[in-house]
Design a protein around this ligand. Structure first.
Ligand SMILES: Nc1ncnc2c1ncn2[C@@H]1O[C@H](COP(=O)(O)OP(=O)(O)OP(=O)(O)O)[C@@H](O)[C@H]1O
Length: 380
């Protein structure tokens, strides 16, 4: 399921009348589009094969779900499709768009009818991958499509086999076209940190919230290519974390400079925390406890949050004088701080009583009574 701009997960809205209609053969969308078959459903809408009763031509109609965020997404898709009108769909390997109409409050986008998406096409080959002789032209078409998008300054941002359609599976070589521009955006409008795309096909820089550009589409293209050649996705995962882990295991750590110029603001550069001891000795001269200090710091700064030391354990660490009865000290410290807070509250309550007048009296009086009670216990 792709993420919308801002990283929002698409809401699973209940089916609306228009959406339901796209599933019922014979129902009419707009005034003259007769539903013939259900073609597919994405996060944003349902696509139906319809017959234009005026021209008798078959078309694909995408009815957007009625959630306000999704309607906004539909408007963005229309905006991008308007930009793409500058391109020749045949030459650019992108779906032909024939405008939109409203059915009630729903936005219906009209597209040329295509055959099947690449996932299904790959699935029909039992997920064993396509021969190189077939991969080559498909990859060529996709590269061509992306370069056309680049020529009008559009980043596709959600390239995956589900968004690539085969025009006619019986043709040889098959032609493919890009569909679904709901998440595409002008390269100039890319917001760093905008989390868009589908987990498993997004580039590392997108997952890391760094600025992204057409190069991110290139990453997705690479993954689509691998899937064409092998029949299976290279980094399938439902969570960014898993996908990043797969990437790092396979390709190593992504470089720092993925489109983002990091500033060196460190005063000391360590390659491991153990070197802290040397740094301290250099800056301050040798002192007792430096080694214990570093050992404590290592436990505090454990990058795995589950391994990180707790507050109580910090105070029990030998860095603090191990001979003292630390546990009692801790308890005393916590208790004292709590008592101080409680005692400090009394005068504030009394002040509020004076400031806010009689309407707030009852609650404040009750609180004051409670304070008096607890403060007395502490004072005793
Ligand atoms: N022009 C078309 N011709 C035939 N089938 C189509 C066409 N456009 C879309 N479909 C089918 O409908 C499905 C959903 O379409 P689309 O990807 O545009 O919807 P979406 O809600 O934006 O999906 P996603 O959740 O992937 O963003 C496609 O995977 C495909 O199976």
């Amino acid at each position: 399921v792709p993420l919308m701009k801002g990283g929002k997960q698409q809401p699973h809205s209940p089916y609306t009348t228009a959406i339901r209609k796209t599933r019922v053969k014979g129902s009419i969308l707009g005034n003259h589009y007769k539903v013939e078959a259900f073609l597919g459903e994405g996060g944003f809408g349902i696509v139906a094969k319809c017959r234009d009763t005026m021209t008798n031509r078959a078309v694909a109609i995408k009815v957007n779900k009625s959630d306000p965020d999704i309607l906004q997404q539909a408007k963005l898709e229309i905006f991008i499709l308007e930009q793409l009108r500058r391109l020749d769909p045949d030459a650019a390997n992108i779906v032909k768009w024939n405008g939109f109409f409203h059915d009630g409050e729903w936005v219906c986008l009209k597209f040329e009818l295509l055959d099947q998406c690449l996932w299904d096409y790959i699935g029909d080959r039992k997920n064993q991958g396509l021969p190189i002789s077939e991969v080559r032209p498909i990859l060529g078409h996709l590269t061509n499509a992306l370069s056309h998008l680049g020529s009008v300054g559009i980043v596709r941002a959600d390239l995956k086999p589900g968004n690539i359609m085969v025009v006619n599976r019986y043709e040889s070589p098959v032609k493919v076209r890009l569909i679904d521009f709901g998440l595409a955006c002008p390269a100039s409008a890319v917001m760093p940190g905008d989390r868009v795309g589908t987990v498993g096909y997004s580039a590392p820089e997108v997952m890391l919230g760094l600025p992204y550009n057409e190069a991110s589409d290139m990453w997705s293209l690479g993954l689509v290519a691998v899937e064409l050649g092998t029949g299976v996705p290279l980094y399938p995962g439902n969570e960014d974390y898993d996908v990043l882990k797969f990437i790092i295991e396979t390709q190593g750590q992504p470089p720092d400079h993925t489109g983002y110029e990091s500033l060196e603001t460190r005063y000391i550069k360590l390659t491991r925390l153990d070197d802290l001891e040397q740094v301290m000795m250099f800056r301050r001269g040798p002192e007792n406890g430096q080694r214990l200090f570093v050992s404590l710091i290592k436990q505090i700064l454990a990058s795995d949050a589950n391994q990180r030391i707790t507050l109580l354990e910090v105070l029990r660490h030998p860095f603090f004088n191990p001979k003292k009865k630390i546990k009692n000290n801790i308890e005393t410290n916590f208790a004292i701080s709590h008592r101080c807070q409680t005692l400090a509250r009394g005068p504030n309550l009394a002040h509020s009583l004076i400031t806010f007048g009689p309407r707030s009296h009852t609650k404040l009086l009750l609180e004051l009574a409670y304070w008096y009670y607890t403060a007395n216990i502490y004072i005793v």
